[in-house]
Ligand binder design. Structure first.
Ligand SMILES: NC(=O)c1ccc[n+]([C@@H]2O[C@H](COP(=O)([O-])OP(=O)(O)OC[C@H]3O[C@@H](n4cnc5c(N)ncnc54)[C@H](OP(=O)(O)O)[C@@H]3O)[C@@H](O)[C@H]2O)c1
Length: 358
């Protein structure tokens, strides 16, 4: 630490939430605070014994950020509970890629690159440093650590391989298939020798699925008046694996189309996040008839597999066996609209905010 030396103080623009979001999120629910400053050193406070000062480079926009309301009562020692996503007096918290400017944690040093939970601001003091991963491979774009090499990549990997246990020749359906998680699930399914179909909300995204990500089939769910008929068209013999990203009507349409011993990995239900009352699901009886398994999962519980995941995915990226599409906006001022855009499907690929090029 800098000891008694003069400490530089710099501007620290931050994105803050005005209040907890209770309906459809809007850009105006957040604002850019341009008057904040920060001293570029790790404070001597008791809670900063292992803290790090980070310069944020890339921030990740993720659907979970919309709704998680942190209550102080929930504060506990678990990683998930300590993550404060939306507190009105602090910058929004989310995944990002950053450079270490100073570290009181002996596992990290100045100049290291990390990914994990950080703040929507130019510089962050992170006290919960156990949520940060050191970046060792820098011969890929750094922004990939917000996506394919970070939390969404691990989500696709854990959900597909660990929850769904795919077998060669099986049929796989992925919803929100062109997004951060979906585009990877589809490509993992192809690498596993499966037949894979995805759905997305625009023609451009459907084209991406077929032409760039190698899906065997794809459809625009917004243009299908009868989702059951659409699924029957692509899966006349039924679905072995459904990777669930959207919930609601889509889940209801999928259930009767599952095959015996099918698996549904419930990754998320984005169509439900902005509803005051979640829609009901009517076709659950098909789980019984098909002796199918439907299992929710959280990526946090699979981070112990991160090393194994990198061993698989890094060579696949470098050999061109896996491709990846990002949607990058520049500047913290663009972050609120980028986050909100996830719920209108404006993002084409993984939504990233570039804060600084270093
Ligand atoms: N379980 C976990 O640990 C975990 C971790 C990460 C993410 N997730 C979940 O995984 C899912 C995908 O996340 P992501 O980061 O990859 O996001 P993403 O797919 O990159 O972006 C969200 C996409 O969802 C689609 N969408 C938005 N509103 C919709 C609606 N009402 N109905 C249908 N589709 C809608 C939009 O695509 P279209 O244009 O195609 O509609 C939008 O682009 C989300 O449900 C998320 O919550 C779970």
């Amino acid at each position: 630490m800098a000891g008694g030396d003069e400490v530089k103080e710099v501007r620290n623009q931050q994105v803050l939430a005005r209040d907890y979001i209770s309906a459809i999120p809007e850009e105006s629910d957040m604002y850019l605070n341009t008057s904040s400053t920060i001293k570029l050193r790790v404070p001597d406070d008791d809670d900063c014994q292992e803290a790090m000062l980070l310069k944020n480079l890339y921030l990740s926009c993720d659907p979970y950020m919309r709704g998680v309301k942190h209550s102080d009562e929930a504060a506990s020692s678990t990683l998930e509970d300590r993550i404060v996503f939306f507190a009105t007096d602090k910058p929004i918290t989310g995944y990002g890629v950053a450079k270490v400017l100073e570290s009181a944690n002996p596992k990290f040093k100045q100049g290291d690159l990390v990914w994990g939970m950080t703040g929507w601001e130019e510089y962050s003091i992170i006290t919960a440093t156990d949520s940060l991963f050191k970046i060792h491979n820098t011969d890929v774009p750094l922004s990939y650590y917000t996506g394919i090499l970070g939390m969404p990549g691990m989500t696709a990997y854990a959900g597909f391989y660990e929850v769904c246990s795919p077998k060669k020749g099986e049929t796989v359906y992925v919803s929100a298939a062109s997004g951060a998680v979906g585009q990877l699930v589809g490509q993992f399914a192809k690498l596993s020798g499966c037949y894979v179909v995805g759905s997305a909300g625009t023609k451009e995204k459907v084209d991406l699925l077929k032409k760039k990500f190698g899906f065997d089939g794809a459809f625009n769910y917004r243009e299908e008046p009868d989702l059951d008929a659409a699924l029957k068209r692509f899966f006349p013999e039924g679905i072995d694996i459904y990777f669930e990203n959207v919930g609601g009507k889509m889940l209801d349409a999928v259930l009767p189309n599952m095959r015996v011993h099918g698996r549904i990995a419930v990754c998320g239900m984005i169509s439900q996040y902005n509803l005051e009352q979640p829609e009901g699901v009517h076709n659950l009886m098909h789980l019984v008839i098909k002796q199918a398994r439907m299992e929710g999962f959280l990526v946090f519980n699979y981070y112990h597999l991160y090393g194994k995941f990198l061993e698989m995915v890094l060579p696949a990226i470098k050999e061109g066996k896996i491709t990846y599409v990002e949607d990058v906006v520049e500047g913290l001022e663009s972050a609120p609209a980028a986050l909100i855009g996830l719920f209108a499907g404006r993002n084409v690929g993984k939504q990233v905010v570039l804060v600084s090029r270093e």
